[in-house]
Ligand binder design. Structure first.
Ligand code: KMH
Ligand code: ZN
Length: 312
C-alpha cells in the first residue's frame, strides 16, 4: 500500500457517460475537444487519463472503437500520460460491446466495475427545462430502470480478454464495500496480478454515499483484504469531488477528478474544463506537501506495461 508522503497519481476522467451536453458547455464530446481537454489535463498534472467516447454529432455516449480512434492517437502523440479506457459503456450496451474498444487498442489501463448495481442519474433530469439534444432527457430519466451489469462471469471475461490476453492493468471501480469482497474473491481465484489498483467511488446513486466515514471504512476493509498488494484512489461524484480527493491524499491515496465525475469547480460553480479541476486539486495537494506523480512514476507505482505496448 502506498505510504503517505509518496507521490500522488492524479487521474482525470474527461467526459464519461453520466453528464450530458446541456449540463455544461465545458463537457467535451467532439473528438478534437476530448483530445484537447485530455492533453490540457495531462499538462496540468494528470498522469492518467480515463477516457470514454461520445458521438460527435450529438454528444451521446458511444462505444464505437472508431470514435475512440478519433482522439487516441492525437492524445498519445501529444502527451506521455497513461491512457485508461472505460469498459463501463452506456445504458444499452452488453459487456462484450463495452470491451470492444479496449480489445482493439490494448491500452495500458481499463476500468473494470466490480459488481452489478443500480446506477442512476434520473434526478438530474428535473434540473433542466430545455435540452441541447433530444436524447438527453430520456437517457437520464430511463436510468432509473438501469442495472449496471458486472456479474462474476462478466468480470472473468474481461480479466481473460484484456488482463491476460493484453496485459491491461485494471482500475477496479468499487462503489460499495461488497465490491471489495467481489474483488478479493476474484483475486483469490487468480484473476488479477498484484499490485491491483482500486478506485473507491462515492456518491453515485446506487452506490455508497460520499461521507468521509465511508472512505475510512472502505480503506480499512481494503487494507484487511489486500494488505500491501493494492494501490488506491478516490473518486467523489458531484460536489464531493474535491473534498474526498483531498481526504484520500491525506490518508495516503491517489485521486481522480474530471468532468466525468463532477461538472463543478466549487459548490454550485461550473468548471471551465478538465484542466481547471486538475489544476485545483494539484494546488491543494501541493499546498499540503504532496508531490504529484509523473506518468512514468505512475507506471512504476501501478506496474504498467508501458505506452509502447498499446495499439494506437
Ligand atoms: N463515472 C464513474 C462513476 C467506467 O468508466 O467504467 C464510473 C466509471 C465507470 O468510470
Ligand atoms: Zn468512466
Amino acid at each position: 500500500m502506498k505510504k503517505p508522503g509518496k507521490k500522488v497519481i492524479i487521474t482525470c476522467a474527461i467526459t464519461g457517460a453520466i453528464h450530458t451536453p446541456t449540463m455544461s458547455d465545458a463537457l467535451p464530446y467532439r473528438p478534437e475537444d476530448i483530445a484537447r481537454q485530455a492533453i490540457d489535463a495531462a499538462n496540468a498534472g494528470a498522469a492518467v487519463l480515463h477516457l470514454h467516447a461520445r458521438n460527435p454529432e450529438d454528444g451521446s455516449v458511444s462505444i464505437d472503437p472508431e470514435h475512440f480512434m478519433a482522439f487516441l492517437p492525437q492524445i498519445k502523440a501529444s502527451t506521455d500520460a497513461v491512457i485508461n479506457l472505460s469498459t463501463g459503456g452506456s445504458l444499452t450496451n452488453t459487456v462484450t460491446q463495452r470491451i470492444a474498444p479496449a480489445k482493439r487498442v490494448s491500452p495500458e489501463m481499463c476500468s473494470l466495475n466490480m459488481g452489478s448495481m443500480n446506477f442512476s442519474m434520473h434526478p438530474l433530469a428535473d434540473k433542466y427545462k430545455e435540452w441541447k439534444f433530444p436524447w438527453e432527457e430520456e437517457y437520464l430519466r430511463n436510468s432509473d430502470t438501469y442495472i449496471f451489469r458486472n456479474t462474476f462471469r462478466d468480470i472473468g471475461m474481461v480479466a481473460r480478454e484484456l488482463g491476460e490476453a493484453e496485459n491491461v492493468k485494471f482500475e477496479h471501480e468499487c462503489y460499495d464495500v461488497g465490491h471489495l469482497y467481489n474483488l478479493k474473491f476474484c483475486m483469490d481465484s487468480g484473476m488479477f496480478k498484484p499490485p491491483i489498483f482500486i478506485q473507491f467511488i462515492f456518491g453515485i446513486l446506487g452506490g455508497i454515499g460520499p461521507e468521509v466515514d465511508n472512505l475510512v471504512f472502505m480503506k480499512r476493509t481494503a487494507d484487511r483484504l489486500f494488505g500491501d498488494s493494492y494501490r488506491w484512489s478516490v473518486l467523489g461524484a458531484g460536489a464531493a469531488q474535491m473534498n474526498l480527493a483531498t481526504t484520500a491524499a491525506m490518508l495516503g491515496g491517489n485521486v481522480r477528478v474530471g468532468l466525468e465525475d463532477s461538472l463543478q469547480i466549487s459548490r454550485g460553480k461550473l468548471a471551465e474544463s478538465n484542466a481547471h479541476q486538475v489544476t485545483k486539486i494539484r494546488s491543494i495537494l501541493e499546498a499540503l506537501g504532496h508531490e504529484i506523480a509523473t506518468p512514468e512514476e505512475a507506471r512504476e507505482m501501478l506496474v504498467l506495461k508501458g505506452s509502447s505496448a498499446v495499439r494506437f
